[in-house]
Design a protein around this ligand. Structure first.
Ligand SMILES: [Mg+2]
Length: 233
């Protein structure tokens, strides 16, 4: 394979602001910690689910030790609540423009594809499945397996080595994401990044963080693919 392309989910592949995900979060925190923790005022864009949980629960006065003791259980409960809420719903309408086209084009051009997301693994699986795009992304690095987003790049490399029987260098790796946190996660690992303004950040906001390329969305498939091909040489 020529390179590894890692897509963020919320605001990049799918519309951001998934209310069912937020409700599952709140229900799981209540179930496992017995607290009425909310996500009100917690920054969500570009954050890992584990980071969001730590912030919301620490605001309820829980210590790090108390949070850590049940965090895995809470993340599991969130996955169950989310899967129940979505059940067999089709949520294809949540796909952002150009997503299927760019995934097919890159796959046909012999790029390995994956997701690198703050979503917990089960939430990501259900979310992508309900939007009909799970099968495009055999590699995944998820927000329940790290404390910081930039650690997820190594997790993706490890999983890509298993899935594709090939190790990918930083120079062969491109992240695609909608927040400054995606840009930082790529650059902290010497990888490249394509920023897309389909989340809460504008092209100008994202440009200030110096991604290798920035687009309003993924609609112009040929131009986006050419930019990626140039980045990996
Ligand atoms: Mg995002």
């Amino acid at each position: 394979m020529r390179g590894l392309i890692l897509f963020d989910i919320d605001g990049t592949l799918l519309q951001a602001g998934d209310k069912d995900h937020q409700l599952a979060f709140v229900a799981a925190m209540k179930q496992v910690y017995g607290l009425p923790a909310t996500l009100d005022g917690v920054p969500l864009a570009g954050m890992l689910d584990s980071q969001i949980a730590r912030l919301a629960l620490s605001r309820q006065g829980l210590s790090d030790d108390d949070i850590n003791a049940d965090l895995a259980k809470m993340i599991d409960a969130m996955g169950v609540h989310y899967a129940e809420a979505i059940a067999d719903q089709s949520r294809i309408e949540r796909r952002l423009p150009g997503v299927v086209e760019i995934a097919e084009r890159l796959r046909d051009a012999r790029f390995a594809l994956g997701v690198l997301t703050g979503n917990a693994r089960e939430v990501a699986r259900v979310k992508l499945g309900s939007a009909g795009i799970l099968d495009y992304f055999p590699v995944g690095a998820f927000g329940d397996s790290a404390r910081e987003r930039h650690h997820l790049v190594q997790a993706a490399w490890d999983e890509a080595a298993v899935q594709f029987g090939q190790t990918f260098s930083a120079a062969q790796t491109v992240l695609i994401g909608d927040t400054p946190r995606d840009i930082a996660a790529a650059h902290d690992n010497q990888a490249k990044v394509v920023a897309v303004a389909t989340g809460r950040y504008s092209v100008a906001d994202l440009s200030a963080h110096h991604p290798e390329a920035v687009f309003p969305d993924l609609r112009d498939t040929a131009v986006v693919a050419q930019a990626i091909e140039r980045m990996v040489g």
